[in-house]
Design a protein around this ligand. Sequence first.
Ligand code: UN1
Length: 497
Amino acid sequence: MADTFENYIDGTWQPAASGATFENRNPAQQSDLIGHFPASAAPDVDAAAVAARAALPAWRRMPAPERGLLLKKAGDILTAGKNELARAMTREMGKPFFETKGDVQEAIDTAYYAASETRRLFGHTVPSELPEKMNMTIRRPVGVCAMITAWNFPVAVPSWKILPALAAGNTVIFKPSEEAPHSGMLFVEMLLEAGIPDGVINLVQGADAAGKAIVEHPEVDAVAFTGSSEVGSQIASTCGRLHKRVSLEMGGKNPMIVMEDANLDLAMEGVIWGAYGTTGQRCTATSRLIVHEDVHDALVERITQEAAELTLGDGNTSSTDVGPLINQQALDKVESYIAIGKDEGATLHFGGQRATGDDLHDGFFFEPTLFTDVTPEMRIHQEEIFGPVLSVVRISSFEEALEVANNTPYGLSSSMYTENVARAFQAMHELEAGITYINGPTIGAEAHMPFGGVKATGNGHREGGWEVFDFYTETKTVYVDYSGTLQKAQIDNPIEE
Ligand code: UN1
């Protein structure tokens, strides 16, 4: 009998008000049922929002460094529970154990970083136009913040949102992806163990009905979302109508440029990790390889040899390099893009099939795949596939490489392999992306650096690093007049001509 799990609202574990549940299964072996989770809807969201609002005054008044101590403790608890949490995460969403340990590590790093920021949360002090007057800015929390996240980084990505939000004095409603509810719940349990007070963090499981109710709830002041561009646009339009702050992290079609002077072995390793790591299911995955014609064949040959060595399997088996796709829908989508690529005239160089075999059971495995002879207007070059499918475009100059790289609707990550310093700096400035790696693949963001994208990937906010605190705080401008007189500001007291 599989377990039945609950929401955590206002300090108590409870089922959905309707009693409805949904089930979640291991994508490497569908007979492995993880459990039943509450299929939450508006009444559950309402209870969570009321609790988060009620908990806000005490939490925001707690000195920030005191909140920081709780976050540091959360980091310690995550460190102690890292392997156990990673095992559960692999079982739930498929990526290999070495990757899920990395996922938890990102949350640990974020916890310690957010804890340290509680001793900064800087404002500015600025000279006044007038004598005996002082100007400054301070930060106030935004209020009740909701996090709606994806399944591919079930702990890391929620941690990027939840931990800085808590550090800044906000209260939280967290809806994990319906494909990773167990990992999300285990993460919340660890935060509770660290001593986050009742009502400050509320866990609401579910799918669209829960997400929609969260975005529309009047007590929710801000929404942070990671997921598809389609859902992100809907959330943004609702938030726009209701005057809510919204941060969006959406799709990517991340290019790696390899110039003729690049170290090809290094580039090959970068491609294998960037394109096939996490089965290509990262918003930062390397999905386009833009290669100079002088090294095109040599690099494709190296990639072909290396990709053949990758072992597909259950992520909790130590020999596994690449896990399954998340579900049947993802498998269907990847398969449909193989047909699209072929129809468009690209050459299927390797892969392109669902992977089966005794060890793979009925998991959603798909072979690492490479298309060559891809041109920029093809759909496999423009659209996010979210699977282990890499499209290779041949170019003959640096200018052409930049043009092809920038020729997609998305702008999350990007990368360039070259030994030429001038070109590296030009690429940093010219690539239309929120992130550029030089001589590294498009994946592997560090927790203390800003993370986010331009164009259809984002809406101008950044997670991670110091910039995330701009999203989770409101700036208050303060003027202190200690002159004892009514001093009119310069605009109200024009200087005589
Ligand atoms: C994502 O895929 O949603 O930079 C985030 C990386 C990871 C995060 C990816 N640290 O690849």
